[in-house]
Design a protein around this ligand. Structure first.
Ligand code: 13P
Ligand code: SF4
Length: 341
């Protein structure tokens, strides 16, 4: 394929409607029908290019439906994507998610090319703390183990004893075998872990800018107005979690739906999650919040296409930081193997 052909905006071709009939049926309930023909040429071009390059596309559960259903080979929560990166056979990984997720993939697969379609796709939690902040906390609390949430930079991970995600935070903190643990940077997830474990948690003041917006009053309203079950992500404030029927990671939420099969559910988390689960649970009525993560939304089909065409933006991390962060991530993966999340 010539460079010009690679960079040309893909256009509609005859037969696409038939070839993508299954995908169209999946997308139709999730978006205005006029949007689908705009997405299909990009989806088609990305899927072809992905094969040519021998790349795998990994997408977080918060990616928009045309990415999640249209081009992703692997979908999951932060833990699932980290595990998939550690085990993947392909030499090129395109991470459709935020920067810390692409960094985790690079730390676990340093010999591979890891691409993120938009370098600016950040995270308010990861931005809330630096490696120097962690070193200062360790000086203030000598000998206390540090557990960092996956939503942190590689440099912060390298200063930590272990990493956790929302799927395994309780197990990882308990596995430290200490009556006090420094937990970074999500204050609300830290409080949730303290409540579940009884372990004294030294907290940081980081918050997710999407989940911190939910209020207990909103949850009570949605329950009373729609008679729904409520499922919440542990990045929500404690008073929201108090009101929920279930608290868990994005993947745990899906598993809960599988077990409980509720007639109606309100997903107190990023908005795209409900869209992506709707396909799997056609008989459940989803009451969608409208909180979108602006960082996740930076990833679009044209940017994924450009990432594969131009092999950009490759994640680079200094070798010493990779080594430190790898030790902390491996500790999490080892705990997960003993006690699956
Ligand atoms: P999960 O690990 O549950 O996928 O959460 C990641 C995240 O960024 C949620 O806001
Ligand atoms: Fe970060 Fe919140 Fe966006 Fe998740 S939803 S990536 S925690 S800002």
């Amino acid at each position: 394929m010539s460079e010009t052909a690679q960079f040309a905006k893909p256009s509609w071709r005859d037969g696409m409607e038939l070839e993508y009939a299954d995908l169209i049926a999946r997308l139709e309930p999730l978006m205005p029908c006029l949007e689908i023909p705009l997405h299909l040429p990009w989806i088609d071009a990305i899927n072809r290019l992905k094969k040519e390059r021998g790349a795998v596309i990994m997408a977080h559960n918060y990616q928009s439906p045309e990415i999640f259903h249209g081009v992703a080979d692997v979908v999951g929560d932060s833990l699932g994507l980290a595990r998939a990166a550690a085990d993947c056979k392909e030499d090129i990984i395109v991470v459709c998610g935020v920067h810390f997720m692409a960094e985790s993939a690079k730390i676990l697969a340093p010999e591979k090319t890891v691409l993120i379609p938009d370098l600016e796709a950040g995270c308010s939690l990861a931005a809330s703390i630096t490696a120097e902040d962690v070193r200062e906390l360790k000086r203030q609390h000598p000998g206390v183990p540090v557990v960092s949430y996956a939503n942190t930079s590689a440099a912060v991970k390298a200063e930590s004893d272990a990493i956790c995600t929302s799927a395994n935070a309780v197990q990882v903190v308990e596995a430290m075998g200490s009556d006090t643990v420094i937990f970074l940077p999500d204050e609300y997830l830290g409080k949730h872990v303290a409540k579940q474990t009884g372990i004294k948690i030294i907290l940081w003041h980081g918050h997710c800018e999407v989940h911190e917006k939910f209020t207990a009053q909103q949850v009570r309203h949605v329950r009373e107005a729609f008679g729904v079950k409520v499922v919440a992500h542990p990045e929500c404030p404690p008073e929201v979690l108090e009101e929920a029927d279930f608290v868990g990671s994005t993947t745990a939420m899906g598993k809960w739906l599988e077990r409980e099969q509720p007639e109606k559910v309100a997903m107190i988390t990023e908005c795209s999650m409900s869209d992506n689960l709707k396909v799997q649970f056609p008989h459940t009525q989803f009451i969608k919040p409208c909180n979108l993560c602006p960082h996740m939304q930076r990833i679009t089909l044209p940017k994924i296409h450009a990432a594969l065409c131009e092999m950009k933006h490759a994640i680079e991390i200094p070798a010493d930081v990779i080594a430190g962060a790898r030790r902390a991530l491996d500790r999490m993966l080892a705990i997960g193997r003993r006690e699956p999340a």
